[in-house]
Design a protein around this ligand. Structure first.
Ligand code: FCB
Length: 447
């Protein structure tokens, strides 16, 4: 009999962060500038003019942060490496001081009994590579493979697996199509080569990881897409959005082909703006995935287009609670999403890890909203595992309140409150709840 949190034996509990959102210390130990350092200087780009210059000062306070993780009882800590710490200009030899930081962090985690799960790219491209064309330029994929090799050579003896990319969809759309995130390009469908070059980077990097004996994951932002009505124009629009958001970044990895975007009115050319070359898809799919990271926040409701440039329009999800960010809270969407993945990919679907899930609240410490969000999503997750979906772990977003990209410090996703003036960390009610949940699960008493 399956009860609320009857998750499989060996299920791993974690929390996630990302380098630019927590580290600060942007000028220290030889780190080069990233596209986010540059973008934050753009007037009006970030709410309240915030930047990641200091963030959570994790670069200096990591021992305190590991102590918090140990108190939580985490099995896994998902963090990201800042590429411009490892290679300040994105090419050439490693900056030893940059790798030393991650070396210390990995050792600290292992001492605390926590498995490090690094993400190699969470959106902070070295500015020098952006100046050379960034993700619109094919060479960036090769530079990423070189960087991956440097990181894996240094950390691979203690790190069992790496996530190559975080949310290539969000990086494509927010960073390259709409200009809301760094590097701030508003190219709409002309941004599509940045999709292919990210996936090519994944494929090349995966090969580097594999030859060094590391497992390979990717963290995709996925959303169940719901048509606003049963009207065929809304249904067709929803299919187009699904192809762009979900299938574009998962079909090539698991099926070795892109969805035909032109069939959905997404771009004039079938090959992502001319970016795809012979052999690329084999390269992208060939290394296989040891796990698919799923970042789930909410479903998306889609209606017929209102803007001639795109074949869909987003419609509000009605009648549900909303987070501080305004994102709809629909735990059932996680269950639906996982079942859709199984239906879509069948035996090609690798084991899943939830690599992000969480919500923003105001600065409250008594965050019952977050507890409720996490509890209901874990319930949906447990139902998916009872339905036979192989989910190996759950990393909540996020350990700490942090720099939430274009929203600056206004959206607090942490189990731990951070006072950004004093850098004081204060665990919230959800911290104690998650700690107790992990302990109870470990003791086999959850239900
Ligand atoms: C995801 C990002 C992560 C964080 C959460 C709230 O899209 O991967 O860095 O900003 O959203």
């Amino acid at each position: 009999m399956t009860d609320r949190y009857d998750l499989p034996a060996g299920f791993r509990w974690g929390a996630s962060t990302a380098a630019y959102q927590i580290e600060g210390a942007v000028d220290e130990d030889g780190r080069g500038p990233s596209v986010w350092d540059t973008f934050c200087e753009r007037p009006g780009a970030i709410r309240d003019g915030d930047t990641g210059r200091a963030a959570c000062d994790h670069y200096h306070r990591w021992p305190e942060d590991i102590a918090l993780m140990r108190e939580l009882g985490l099995d896994t800590y998902r963090f990201s490496l800042a590429w411009p710490r490892v290679q300040p200009t994105g090419r050439g030899p490693a900056n030893p001081a940059g790798l030393d930081f991650y070396d210390r962090l990995v050792d600290g985690l292992l001492d605390a009994g926590i498995t490090p799960l690094p993400t190699l790219f969470h959106w902070d491209l070295p500015q020098a590579l952006e100046d050379a064309g960034g993700w619109l330029h094919r060479d960036t994929a090769h530079r990423f493979a070189d960087y991956t090799a440097l990181a894996a050579d240094r950390l691979g003896d203690r790190v069992p697996a790496c996530i190559t990319l975080n949310e290539p969809f969000v990086h494509l759309v927010y960073g390259h199509a709409l200009g809301i995130h760094a590097p701030g390009h508003a190219l709409v469908l002309d941004a599509l080569p940045a999709a292919h070059h990210q996936l090519l980077a994944h494929g090349l990097a995966a090969a580097e990881l594999r030859t060094r004996g590391l497992d390979v994951l990717i963290a995709n932002n996925l959303t169940p897409v719901r048509p606003a009505s049963s009207d065929p124009v809304d249904v067709a629009a929803a299919d187009a959005y699904d192809a762009l958001h979900n299938r574009l970044f998962t079909d090539p990895l698991l099926l070795g082909r892109y969805p035909d975007l032109t069939a959905y009115g997404l771009g004039p050319e079938p090959d992502l703006g001319g970016a795809v070359r012979d052999g690329d898809l084999t390269l992208i799919a060939a290394p296989g995935l040891d796990g698919l990271g799923v970042n789930y926040y909410n479903p998306t409701r889609i209606a017929a287009p209102t803007d001639p440039g795109l074949p869909f329009a987003e419609a509000p999800v009605e009648g549900v609670p909303r987070t501080h960010f305004g994102w709809p809270v629909v735990p059932e969407g996680l269950h639906e999403l996982l079942l859709t993945l199984r239906d879509r990919y069948g035996a090609a679907l690798p084991p899943i890890t939830i690599t992000e899930n969480g919500c923003s609240t105001d600065a409250t410490l008594d965050d019952t909203f977050r507890i409720d969000y996490l509890a209901t999503h874990l319930d949906a997750l447990a139902r998916a595992t009872a339905d036979g979906i192989d989910v190996r772990g759950y990393c909540t977003w996020s350990l700490l309140d942090n720099f939430e990209w274009a929203e600056g410090y206004s959206q607090r996703f942490g189990l731990v409150h951070v006072d950004f003036t004093t850098q004081r960390r204060t665990p919230k009610a959800s911290f104690a709840w998650y700690r107790d949940l992990i302990a109870a699960h470990r003791a086999g008493r959850v239900g």
